[in-house]
Design a protein around this ligand. Structure first.
Ligand code: MSP
Length: 513
C-alpha cells in the first residue's frame, strides 16, 4: 500500500511560532489523523526553514551564531507541535545533513543536465523577501509595496534555473490534473500566472552577501537561494525511505502557492526526473480582531500560552470549526469564547455530565442494556435515524476537507442527544416505580451513552485527547477499527462510568459576558 504522505510548509525560524503556524499544523494534523482513522498508512512531515538572509541578520543582531540561533528557535517549533498534539512522523530542519546532501545532489544533476546557467543580473532587490522584484510588483504609483521592505537596485552574477523551458509542460500538467490545487478556484490563479511568459529562476546568492545557506556544489562562492533549498525538504526527508514519495498533499498558506509551490516546485521535480506531488492544499490566513497579526503592534496570539490557558483541544476545535479551508478567518477572543461556551461547555460538556449523573443516580453507575420493548418508540428511532444520516455526511465532508461543516453536523447530533434526553427526562423516569417507565429509563440511559460514544468518535481527528477522556469516563476504549466503532450498537452495556468529568471548565472571561 502506498503511504499517504502529507506535509506542512516549513516555517521560518526568524521569529517564534504564531497562530498561523499553529493553524497549518492543526489542519494538517486533522487530515493526517482522519486518513489514519480511515485505514490509510500515513507519513506526516513538518519542520523548519532555517537558511537565508533573515535568519543570518536576526542571529547577528542577537550576537549569536546562526546555527545556535536556529537550534534554539527550531526547538520552539518542535515544542509547538508537542503542545498542540500534532501527530507528525518526522520533523525536518533544512540544516540537517540529509537535507543538504539531497539539495547538493539535485543542484549538481540539474547543472550537469545544462539546466542551470550563470548570468549577470541587474534588478531591484528586496532584502525582506529575499527576491529580485519585477516592474509588475510595483504599486500603481511606482513605489514598492510594504511587504518588500527596503528595495535597492543591484547588479551581480548569479545562477539561473531554466524555468521557462518547462512552462508549456506545466500548463499541460495543470490542465490534465484539474484537482492539483485545492480549493479548485486557486488552480485558475496558477493558470493566470502562467499566461505570461515565465522568467528563469535566480537560484543563488553570492556568499559575500549571504553565507547562511547551502553551497552550490559547482561553485563554492555561492549558496543556493531560499526556495530551491526550502522546497526540496519535502523530498529530502523521505528520499531514503521507500514507498513514500510522491506527496499526496502539501498543505500551505495561500501566500506561497503562486509561484513557489504551484510553479517552481513541479518544474524543479520534472527537470530532475522526479514525480510531482499529487496535490497542493492552500489554506487562508487568520487575522486577529479584524487586522493583520503583528507582534510589534501587540495584535498577536501565542498559540502555546493560549492552549495552556484554554486547553489544546479547545484551540484545535475553534480553529477548525471557524475557518472554512481555503478562506480567510478572523480570530477574536469573543468568538472563541462564544463557541467554547455553546458547543464545548454546554452541548458536549453538559451531555457528558448528564449521562454520568443519570447513570450514577438511577443505575448504580453501570450502563444498562436498552430495553427492546421501547427501542421502537419515536424518540429512539429518531435519534438512531439522526445518527444514520449524520455519520455518512460527516465522513464525506471530511473527505472533501469541509471540516468546519463536519463539526457543525457533529454538534447538531450532540444537540440531538441533549434533546432526546430532555424529551425522555430520565430524572423523572428514575423516580417512577412503573415497570414501563423503568424500561424506558434503561433504554434512555443506554441510548444517551451509546449516542455520546458515537458523537465523540466523530471528534477523534480534531479533539484527540478529549475523545480519550470521554471514552475514559464511559469505561470505554476505542477499537483499532474506527469505522467499525462508528456503528450503533451496545458497546457500552455493563460499563462502570465515572462520577463526573471535568472537560471544559468555564474560562474566567466567559463569566463576565
Ligand atoms: N519558509 C516558508 C515556507 C517554505 S515551504 C517549502 C514560509 N515560512 S513562514 O513561516 O512565513 O510561513 C509558514 C506557513 O505559515 C505558510 O504556509 C504561511 O502561509 C502560514 N502562515 C503565516 N501566517 C499566517 C496567517 N496569518 N494565517 C494562516 N497561515 C499563515 O513561508
Amino acid at each position: 500500500m502506498k503511504t499517504f504522505y502529507i506535509t506542512t510548509a516549513i516555517d521560518y525560524v526568524n521569529g517564534s511560532p504564531h497562530l498561523g503556524h499553529a493553524y497549518e499544523k492543526v489542519l494538517t494534523d486533522v487530515i493526517a489523523r482522519f486518513r489514519r482513522l480511515m485505514g490509510d498508512q500515513v507519513y506526516f512531515l513538518t519542520g523548519v526553514d532555517e537558511h537565508g538572509q533573515k535568519v543570518q541578520q536576526t542571529a547577528r543582531a542577537r550576537g549569536v551564531d546562526p546555527q545556535q540561533f536556529c537550534d534554539e528557535i527550531s526547538q520552539e517549533f518542535r515544542a509547538l507541535c508537542a503542545k498542540l498534539d500534532i501527530s507528525n512522523d518526522d520533523f525536518i530542519r533544512t540544516t540537517e545533513k540529509r537535507h543538504k546532501d539531497v539539495v547538493a545532489k539535485i543542484l549538481q544533476q540539474l547543472f550537469d543536465q545544462g539546466l542551470i546557467y550563470k548570468a549577470e543580473y541587474k534588478g531591484f532587490y528586496s532584502t525582506r523577501q529575499e527576491q529580485f522584484l519585477q516592474e509588475k510588483d510595483r504599486n500603481p504609483d511606482g513605489t514598492w509595496p510594504e511587504l518588500f521592505g527596503e528595495v535597492t537596485e543591484i547588479t551581480e552574477s548569479n545562477y539561473f534555473f531554466k524555468l521557462r523551458q518547462y512552462q508549456d509542460w506545466l500548463v499541460d500538467f495543470l490542465k490534465t490534473n484539474e484537482n492539483f490545487v485545492f480549493p479548485r478556484y486557486r488552480q485558475k490563479q496558477v493558470l493566470e500566472f502562467l499566461s505570461e511568459p515565465l522568467n528563469d529562476l535566480c537560484i543563488s546568492r553570492p556568499k559575500e552577501r549571504l553565507e547562511w545557506g547551502i553551497e552550490l556544489p559547482f561553485d563554492r562562492d555561492y549558496v543556493t537561494y531560499v526556495w530551491f533549498d526550502a522546497l526540496l525538504n519535502y523530498y529530502s526527508a523521505v528520499a531514503e525511505k521507500p514507498g513514500i514519495w510522491p506527496a499526496d498533499f502539501h498543505v500551505i498558506g495561500k501566500d506561497i502557492l503562486v509561484p513557489p509551490h504551484a510553479v517552481y516546485w513541479p518544474i524543479m521535480l520534472k527537470a530532475a526526473g522526479i514525480e510531482p506531488p499529487k496535490s497542493l492544499l492552500a489554506h487562508g490566513w487568520w487575522s486577529i480582531n479584524g487586522s493583520k497579526m503583528s507582534k510589534s503592534t501587540g495584535n498577536f496570539v501565542d498559540p502555546v500560552s493560549f492552549a495552556d490557558q484554554y486547553g489544546v483541544d479547545a484551540l484545535r476545535f475553534f480553529m477548525i470549526r471557524e475557518m472554512s479551508v481555503g478562506q480567510d478567518s478572523d480570530f477574536s477572543i469573543d468568538q472563541f469564547l462564544s463557541r467554547y461556551n455553546s458547543n464545548l461547555a454546554n452541548d458536549l460538556g453538559n451531555l457528558v455530565n448528564r449521562t454520568l449523573n443519570m447513570t450514577n443516580r438511577f443505575a448504580g453507575g453501570v450502563i444498562p442494556a436498552a430495553d427492546e420493548s421501547t427501542t421502537g418508540d419515536e424518540p429512539e428511532t429518531a435519534l438512531r435515524a439522526l445518527w444514520e444520516s449524520t455519520k455518512p455526511e460527516v465522513l464525506s465532508l471530511c473527505e472533501g476537507f469541509q471540516f468546519h461543516v463536519a463539526l457543525e453536523r457533529t454538534f447538531a447530533f450532540i444537540q440531538g442527544i441533549n434533546r432526546y434526553a430532555e424529551q425522555r427526562a430520565p430524572w423523572k423516569l428514575g423516580k417512577s416505580t412503573d415497570a414501563a417507565d423503568q424500561a424506558r429509563l434503561r433504554t434512555t440511559l443506554a441510548y444517551m451513552a451509546e449516542a455520546l460514544r458515537l458523537g465523540t468518535a466523530l471528534l477523534a481527528a480534531v479533539m484527540p485527547s478529549t475523545v480519550v477522556k470521554i471514552n475514559g469516563v464511559l469505561g470505554h476504549t476505542a477499537g483499532a477499527d474506527w469505522q467499525a466503532d462508528l456503528v450503533w450498537g451496545d458497546k457500552l452495556t455493563g460499563n462502570k462510568v465515572a462520577e463526573t468529568a471535568i472537560l471544559f471548565p468555564r474560562p474566567q472571561a466567559a463569566e463576565k459576558k
